[in-house]
Design a binder for this molecule. Structure first.
Ligand SMILES: C[S@@+](CC[C@H](N)C(=O)[O-])C[C@H]1O[C@@H](n2cnc3c(N)ncnc32)[C@H](O)[C@@H]1O
Length: 265
């Protein structure tokens, strides 16, 4: 299948190079025939710096948030259950894309599920998140970590994609672009898995608290309590998948599994 060139350069292992050839795509380098071509680094999306600088782009605060205890508390004790729900869709030996970093032990555990014969490919749009993730995956030689905007097209197909709590943090146009990009990157027979917020049952005791938190801190999350994730896919692409949804914890969370139909079956 001919795929467009992804803006998903893979960095070599080791610390991120302090290399002037790695520049934001928005600030191109002058061409110098003696230097290797610059690797295009995706720009930080406007919504990320406007709404989430405190959570993802401030190293000191990231260090505080990046613990299993904090992540579990944010998810009302459901982190392990939701991770297991996502991971249960994948098998050892598969090549799986994780399109954004996740705090805590998520990537390590996913890499363990895929095993030494599988490959986990983690991407994120923020270099500090990528650096942290690379350290976490230092013991997993088959893991690959690189900078990419999840909304940009990929240049390859994966056996699976595991998109964990990313959609609720992006505006509507980005939800559409990310869902399309991840579905496009899934091979026939493969699964795109979304684990994220969902509209809690009207009588859920945490409903008023969550609505207040979303209004205050996570303005793009409210849409996920109203819209099906499948509705963000272009209809023609959505029809190439079978869709399955499960909800958890009184409907506050959901897992949506889109399995790409194999032609002729
Ligand atoms: C997966 S989401 C939320 C995960 C969850 N709240 C947790 O426990 O970490 C957080 C990550 O998404 C990244 N991110 C946000 N927008 C992105 C995009 N368009 N492409 C790739 N990564 C993105 C942020 O840099 C951050 O590292």
């Amino acid at each position: 299948m001919n795929k467009p060139q992804a803006v998903a350069p893979e960095f070599p292992r080791g610390p991120l190079p302090d290399d002037p050839t790695i520049v934001p795509a928005s600030r191109p380098m002058p061409v110098d025939a003696n230097r290797p071509a610059p690797v295009p680094v995706p720009a930080i999306p406007e919504y990320l710096s406007r709404v989430y600088t405190w959570a993802y782009l401030t190293p000191a605060y990231s260090r505080f948030l990046d613990t299993s205890l904090v992540v579990s508390a944010i998810l009302w004790g459901n982190m392990n259950r939701l991770m297991r729900a996502g991971f249960s869709e994948f098998k050892p030996g598969q090549t799986v894309l994780q399109p954004a970093c996740v705090y805590g032990t998520f990537s390590r555990k996913l890499a363990e599920v895929l095993g030494p014969s599988g490959t986990l490919h983690v991407t994120d749009v923020a270099t500090n998140q990528i650096e942290t993730c690379r350290k976490k995956l230092a013991d997993h030689p088959t893991a690959r970590i690189g900078l990419a905007d999840a909304a940009e097209p990929r240049d390859r197909d994966y056996d699976g994609v595991c998109c964990f709590f990313l959609l609720h943090e992006v505006p509507e146009d980005y939800k559409h672009r990310i869902v399309k990009s991840l579905l496009d990157a899934t091979r026939p027979g493969g699964k795109t898995v979304f684990v994220d917020y969902h509209g809690p049952h009207w009588a859920h005791p945490l409903r008023p608290i969550m609505l207040a938190v979303w209004r205050l801190l996570e303005p793009f999350a409210i849409a996920l309590s109203k819209n099906e994730i499948a509705s963000y896919a272009p209809p023609a692409l959505a029809r190439q998948f079978t869709w399955r949804k499960e909800t958890y914890f009184g409907g506050l969370y959901q897992k949506v599994v889109a399995t790409r139909v194999v032609a002729g079956t």
